[in-house]
Design a protein around this ligand. Structure first.
Ligand code: 13P
Length: 251
């Protein structure tokens, strides 16, 4: 059964007290969310333990924004998967375009990180998406197909149950420019067919594929109405509990 998810990626925003207040506001409003929609919040690492406390007893899941590509040891500044599970994380985002662009995240590294995360019992929200030049050159299907294959094809059908894909066209992130519902739908359908090709129709049908990139209350309804769009990975609008919840009630 396909799951619908609305996840908030807070990126490098909010102090710990601000983050806790935001988490509490989300929990408070989450009561209005339909039962078949899962809410997820991804605060910065420093916030995870305190936000976990704020989420206790709620149905809102805790997510990291990244994890290390090693289990433990002399990797100054890195955060290991078992550190994330030890503070109550259920998910981690991996391969966000900002990490690919600014921190040299490669598909090869993402395979390692995804393996470590799954072994630790974390679910993975794996981000894919083309940049503006690639879109202009008409290479968006090609780019997204290869990003998806390069990581997912190293896993099996059982692993896939704990992986969510987020399609985030880089040109739509934080720009106010959203992919049209039709643009999102055609890429999501493409991702699903890439999954079906290797893992079969059932696995592809069950995969949750989120859209991210300037998703807000005013456009979420149209995006989520597409048959292959199963929710959103929300940046800016996730920093306001009201907007985040309004998005999650847009299905
Ligand atoms: P915005 O919603 O701010 O465009 O960010 C999207 C995003 O990158 C979520 O991971």
């Amino acid at each position: 059964m396909r799951k619908y998810i609305v996840a908030g990626n807070w990126k490098m925003n909010t102090t710990v007290p601000e983050g806790v207040a935001l988490a509490k506001a989300v929990v408070e409003k989450a009561k209005d969310i339909p039962a078949n929609v899962e809410l997820v919040v991804a605060p910065p690492f420093t916030h995870l333990a305190s936000v976990a406390e704020a989420l206790k007893g709620s149905k809102v899941a805790l997510c990291a924004q990244n994890c290390a590509d090693n289990e433990k040891g002399a990797y100054t500044g890195e955060i290991a998967v078992n550190m994330l599970t030890s503070v109550g994380c259920q998910y981690t985002i991996l391969g966000h375009s900002e990490r690919r662009q600014y921190y040299g995240e490669t598909d090869e590294k993402l395979v390692v990180k995804t393996k470590l995360a799954l072994e630790a019992g974390l679910k993975v929200i794996l981000c894919v998406g083309e940049n503006l030049d690639e879109r202009k050159a008409g290479k968006h299907f090609e780019v997204v197909t290869s990003q998806t294959k390069n990581v997912l094809y190293n896993f099996n059908e059982e692993d896939l149950k704990n992986i969510v894909i987020a399609y985030e066209p880089v040109w739509a992130i934080g720009t106010g420019e959203t992919a049209t519902a039709a643009q999102a739908q055609e890429i999501h359908a493409c991702i699903r067919s890439v999954i079906a090709e290797k893992f079969g129709i059932t696995a592809a049908d069950d995969m949750t594929i989120l859209y991210g990139g300037s998703c807000k209350p005013s456009n979420a309804g149209e995006l989520f109405a597409q048959k292959d769009v199963d929710g959103g990975l929300i940046g800016g609008a996730a920093l306001k509990a009201e907007d985040f919840i309004a998005i999650a009630t847009s299905f």
